[in-house]
Design a protein around this ligand. Structure first.
Ligand code: F0G
Length: 488
C-alpha cells in the first residue's frame, strides 16, 4: 500500500493546532445580532433552530449538508455543464467518477440522500414487518423504512452508548447480535443490512474495516445484501487510516475502495459526500440496477439527471475525486477534535472520541436537571443560540419519532450537534464557540425545558414549534448581561 500524504505539520512553539491547507478566496459577511434579537428570533422560530432565519445566525453549525465549502475546481466545472434531458455529458463524467472513486459500475442519480432511501425502501420492503438490521438509524432512513411497513433493529456494541469512551470504532455493527437476529427473524424477512459510514446520530462515529469484513462474512453466509450509507464515507475512511493499524499507510482511495467493495449497494447524499447537491445509488450488480432503475424516472427524473441540475452533477464529479484528498477530508475532523478537546479540558461533557461532521455536546449531562419529557438537547440548542448566535442542531428525543401507538420514544442520547462543515470556519470562530459553550456550561442551571406547541406527524424536528416551560431565557439573558456587559 502506498500514499502521498498524510501531511503532518509540527509547530516549533505553542500549541499544536490544526493548520488549514487551503486559502480563502470568496467570503461571505456574517452578522452577530444582539442577544435581545436572538431571543425574539427564538420565539419566532418556535425555539427550533431549523426555523431560524440565517439573518439572525452568526455561525451556522446546523449541519454540513450542502454547506461544506466548494473548491475552485468544482465551481469552474459547473461552467461546462451539458444541459440535456437525456445523455448529458455531465452525467457521463459523474459516472466515470463513480467508477473510479466508488468502484461501482452502475449509477442511479437522485436528488438527495433521502431520495435514495425512498427508492431502496420502496423496492425492497415488500411486506409489513420486514426488518432492516443496521448499526444505527438515521432520521430519514428510518422514516422511509417505516413508511413502507418495515422495522429496524439497531445493533451497536454496548460501548457505543458510552458517551465518553476511547473506543476508536463506536459505529461498529454488533456481528454476534446480527447473527442472532437473522436466525430469529428469518432471512426471508430481512431485505438488507444497512451500514452507515460514520454513524451520524451517535456522534459521527466510524466503523472499522475489520468490522465491515465480519458483517460481510455473515451477509454471505445467509445470502443477505449489504447497503452502505456512504454520506460520510470520506470521513469514515480518514478515521480508519488514523485509527485502524492495518490501514495506517493506506491511501484514501484504497480504504474507500475496500469499503464500497464490501457493499452490494452504496447510496449517498452528495450534499455531504462531494460537497454539492444531489445523491446517488451505485452498484456493480446488474440485477440490482434493474430492480431499481424504473423508480428513478418515477420519483426523480430521467436516468441521466435524477432531479439534479447538470451544474451540480459536474461539481459532484469533481467533489468525488477531491474526497480522495486527505488534506481536504481531514480539515473538518481535525477542527472537531480541536473543539472537543478544548471543551472537555474545560469541563464540558462531549461525545468522545471526537467523531466527524460535528462536535457533540452531551446535553443529558449538561441539562441533567431537565427531564427527557422536556427535551434537554432541544433546550440546550436554544440556550446556546441565545448566548452565542451559534446555531446547532438537536439530536435527541425531538429528533425521534413517536411509536405506532403515538407514544414518545426517548432517545438513547440527548446531544447538541455543532456541525463543522469542511473548510468553512476559521480557528478563531471555533475558539469563540468553545468560549461561549464553556460559559453556558458553567451557568447550565439557568437553562430550562421546552414543550411542543405544534408537533407535525412526520419528521417533527424539522418544522415543530416549542416554547420554554418558564421564563428561563430571560434569566439566562440577565446573567449574560452581568458577565458580558454590552458585548454581543
Ligand atoms: N444518511 C446520512 C448518514 C445523513 O447524514 C443524511 C443527511 C442522509 C442520509 C440524508 O441525506 O439530507 O441529502 O436527504 N444528513 C443531514 C444532517 C441532513 O444534517 O446530518 P439528504
Amino acid at each position: 500500500m502506498s500514499k502521498e500524504g498524510p501531511v503532518k505539520i509540527k509547530f516549533y512553539c505553542g500549541e499544536n493546532i490544526p493548520l488549514e491547507l487551503h486559502k480563502v478566496r470568496i467570503v461571505q459577511k456574517l452578522n452577530l445580532v444582539p442577544i435581545e434579537r436572538r431571543l425574539e428570533a427564538l420565539y419566532e422560530g418556535g425555539f427550533n433552530t431549523f426555523r431560524l432565519s440565517t439573518r439572525d445566525v452568526f455561525l451556522d453549525m446546523l449541519t454540513d449538508s450542502g454547506t461544506n465549502a466548494m473548491s475552485d475546481m468544482q465551481l469552474s466545472a459547473m461552467m461546462h455543464a451539458d444541459d440535456a434531458y437525456a445523455g448529458s455529458q455531465s452525467f457521463f463524467r459523474l459516472h466515470t467518477a463513480v467508477k473510479e472513486v466508488l468502484k461501482k459500475e452502475y449509477l442511479l442519480p437522485v436528488h438527495q440522500g433521502r431520495a435514495a432511501e425512498n427508492i431502496l425502501a420502496k423496492a425492497y420492503i415488500k411486506k409489513k414487518g420486514d426488518l432492516i438490521p443496521m448499526n444505527y438509524h438515521f432520521t430519514t432512513a428510518l422514516a422511509h423504512i417505516t413508511q413502507y411497513g418495515g422495522r429496524i433493529v439497531e445493533l451497536l456494541y454496548d460501548e457505543a452508548y458510552n458517551i465518553q469512551s476511547s473506543h476508536p470504532f463506536k459505529g461498529n455493527l454488533n456481528v454476534e447480535k446480527l447473527e442472532e437476529v437473522i436466525k430469529e427473524t428469518g432471512v426471508e424477512n430481512i431485505p438488507f443490512i444497512r451500514m452507515e459510514a460514520s454513524t451520524n446520530l451517535i456522534g459521527g462515529q466510524p466503523f472499522s474495516i475489520a468490522n465491515m469484513r465480519a458483517v460481510r462474512a455473515i451477509a454471505d453466509k445467509y445470502g443477505i445484501r449489504i447497503v452502505l450509507d456512504a454520506s460520510l464515507l470520506g470521513e469514515n475512511a480518514y478515521l480508519v487510516i488514523q485509527r485502524e493499524p492495518e490501514f495506517r499507510d493506506a491511501s484514501m482511495a484504497e480504504v474507500i475502495g475496500i469499503m464500497t467493495g464490501l457493499s452490494d449497494i452504496v447510496y449517498f447524499s452528495a450534499r455531504k459526500l462531494s460537497s454539492s447537491r444531489g445523491g446517488g445509488i451505485c452498484t456493480s450488480d446488474l440485477k440490482i440496477y434493474r430492480e431499481l432503475e424504473s423508480l428513478v424516472p418515477l420519483f426523480e427524473g430521467f436516468l441521466t439527471y435524477g432531479g439534479i441540475s447538470v451544474r451540480e452533477i459536474e461539481s459532484m464529479a469533481v467533489g468525488l475525486y477531491e474526497t480522495l484528498d486527505e488534506t481536504m477530508i481531514s480539515q473538518s475532523p481535525d477542527f472537531i477534535a480541536y473543539l472537543v478537546n478544548t471543551l472537555m479540558a474545560n469541563g464540558v461533557p462531549m461525545v468522545t472520541p471526537p467523531g466527524v461532521l460535528g462536535a457533540h455536546v452531551n446535553a443529558m449531562q449538561v441539562c441533567s436537571h431537565i427531564p427527557q419529557t422536556q427535551y434537554p438537547a432541544g433546550s440546550l440548542a436554544a440556550a446556546f443560540f441565545l448566548v452565542s448566535g451559534v446555531r446547532g442542531m438537536e439530536r435527541g428525543s425531538i429528533s425521534n419519532q413517536r411509536d405506532e401507538e403515538g407514544n414518545e420514544t426517548y432517545a438513547d442520547m440527548e446531544l447538541l450537534r455543532l456541525a463543522v462543515p469542511r473548510r468553512v470556519f476559521t480557528l478563531s470562530q471555533i475558539k469563540y464557540v468553545a468560549d461561549r459553550m464553556i460559559w453556558l456550561n458553567e451557568n447550565r442551571h439557568l437553562i430550562g425545558g421546552l414543550r411542543f406547541i405544534y408537533e407535525p406527524a412526520v419528521l417533527r424536528f424539522f418544522m415543530g414549534g416549542l416554547e420554554p416551560v418558564s421564563d428561563w431565557p430571560q434569566k439566562l439573558i440577565a446573567k449574560f448581561k452581568e458577565d458580558f456587559g454590552d458585548s454581543l
